[in-house]
Design a protein around this ligand. Structure first.
Ligand SMILES: [Zn+2]
Length: 378
């Protein structure tokens, strides 16, 4: 209804996740089969045929690879900037961000706590103590969505095991991209998210209007299987994000839209442009929905179930450096199960559920492999 876009520039992609998704769909029959299994599970959760068994808050161990060029020393971002990004994630994925209060009244009941927290890894893949930050000097002036940043052989930094750590690469990205992610179901050696060094965290090199840490919130949304809220159909209104409680909308929104913005006959409330999975400025996005949480849960209890059973310890050694917004956790005498509540019964139940889910995932993978073999044979 209203002319909302203040920028007289052509619409552009800020995120390369769909480019990677389409490339993998074209290249890999395994990826196509995996995506079919993952989408099937998501549909079961969305329709209530299967319900999440996850209880409590999951803590995802994170490793940040800072890939920097010696000619541009500011690319080697500081620890404080990295911590500022983790803090944003821990607010946004708990619906603890102060700006969640700006969600329009009609959608306030939909705003959801995804019950996920993120912590820089405290133990590296070999069991040694770490601050969860890897610094790698590169000769590459910039990187593209071809995953070069994810391998030391191409001037990047090799991932830590991607079924145990969320790998985040921070670097100079070309093409005007703020970031990109790989959806679940892709090759393990390239799993994770990539963020432009000027769109990461809230301090240091972070530059307006992408200095709110929301690029990582958005990209990790993809890593957890969320699609763009407009369905990537270039305004056709024919495709959506496969989440029922987000309105169908025509195309991405940019800048700072004013509510309501109606497209695709989605009035009177219009686009949910304040959702993290749109393209608006960092200070204009502030919510996930309940439907998106269900899709995330389907992913966590399916393709990413390894994070529910991972043995990586949650940070407990230096609680003073973590945001003190919740009561201190029990001291970890042994490697703790991330995200488990402090009660033994909850831990046992979570382990039991996770083992069952892991078996289901293995069955899914076997089915997928059988499907691939069948198809390639015929
Ligand atoms: Zn995206």
């Amino acid at each position: 209804m209203t002319e909302y876009n203040p920028y007289p520039v052509p619409r552009r992609d800020l995120c390369g996740a769909m480019h990677v998704h389409r490339r993998l769909l074209n290249e890999s029959m395994t990826y196509r089969a995996q995506r079919a299994r993952i989408e099937n599970r998501a549909l079961q959760y969305a329709t209530g045929r299967r319900a999440s068994v996850r209880t409590g808050v999951l803590t995802v161990p994170v490793v940040v690879h800072v890939v920097h060029h010696p000619d541009v020393p500011e690319q080697n971002i500081g620890v404080e900037q990295i911590h500022s990004q983790i803090d944003v994630l821990n607010r946004d994925y708990r619906a603890a961000n102060p700006d969640v209060s700006r969600v329009p009244d009609v959608w306030k009941p939909l705003a959801a706590d995804a019950q996920i927290e993120f912590a820089l890894a405290t133990v590296d893949p070999l069991g040694a103590p770490t601050d969860g930050i890897v610094r790698a000097e590169t000769g590459q002036a910039e990187f593209d969505v071809d995953d070069g940043v994810k391998s030391s052989a191409t001037g990047g930094s090799d991932p830590w095991p991607t079924d145990q750590y969320l790998n985040i690469w921070v670097c100079r990205l070309g093409g005007g991209l703020l970031g990109y992610a790989q959806f679940p179901g892709g090759p393990p050696q390239t799993d994770g998210v990539v963020i432009l060094y000027t769109a990461f965290g809230t301090t240091g090199t972070a530059a307006a209007p992408y200095d709110g840490g929301r690029t990582a919130t958005h990209e990790i949304g993809h890593w957890l299987d969320l699609f763009h809220i407009w369905g990537d159909d270039d305004g056709a209104c024919s495709n959506d994000d496969r989440v029922a409680d987000t309105p169908n909308q025509a195309d991405s929104n940019m800048g700072k839209p004013s509510f309501p913005h109606v497209t695709c006959d989605n009035g009177p409330n219009g686009d949910m442009f304040m959702n993290y999975m749109d393209y608006v400025d960092d200070d204009s996005m502030f919510m996930f929905t309940r439907g998106q949480r269900e899709r995330i849960n389907a992913c966590l209890e399916g393709a990413r179930a390894s994070f529910l059973v991972a043995r990586q310890a949650a940070p407990a050694k230096e609680p003073a450096k973590e945001p003190a917004k919740e009561p201190a956790k029990e001291p970890a005498k042994e490697p703790a199960v991330p995200g488990a509540a402090a009660h033994d019964g909850d831990v046992e139940r979570l382990l039991h559920d996770s083992e069952r889910l892991t078996r289901e995932v293995l069955n899914d993978i076997q089915d997928a492999l059988g499907l691939v073999g069948h198809r390639s044979g015929g």
